[in-house]
Design a protein around this ligand. Structure first.
Ligand SMILES: [Zn+2]
Length: 89
């Protein structure tokens, strides 16, 4: 069963659920599952294949690049002057 990531737009709670494809929007209808559930609207977060959401602390925000990732990219760039990757943030 695929794992889907959901985010509450109000309290920014992020969680994962393994759901059959046909039920993938079910948590959107069920609503916030935070420890103290709010009435914010829930959206399904598009997940890139292979992207590890486990590395994002919860509550967090998937749009922000974590500091450790930026540092890591800077390190790689420093060690490989030819690297053409862009450092986000
Ligand atoms: Zn919430």
């Amino acid at each position: 069963m695929p794992t889907y990531v959901f985010e509450c737009e109000s309290c920014e709670e992020i969680w994962e659920e393994s759901l059959p494809y046909e039920d993938r929007d079910m948590p959107v209808e069920v609503g916030c599952v935070a420890t103290a559930p709010c009435s914010g609207s829930v959206r399904r977060v598009p997940v890139m294949p292979g992207f590890a959401y486990d590395n994002i602390p919860s509550p967090g925000h998937p749009k922000k690049t974590p500091d450790w990732m930026t540092d890591r990219l800077k390190d790689i760039k420093k060690n490989q002057p030819g690297a053409t990757m862009t450092i986000p943030g």
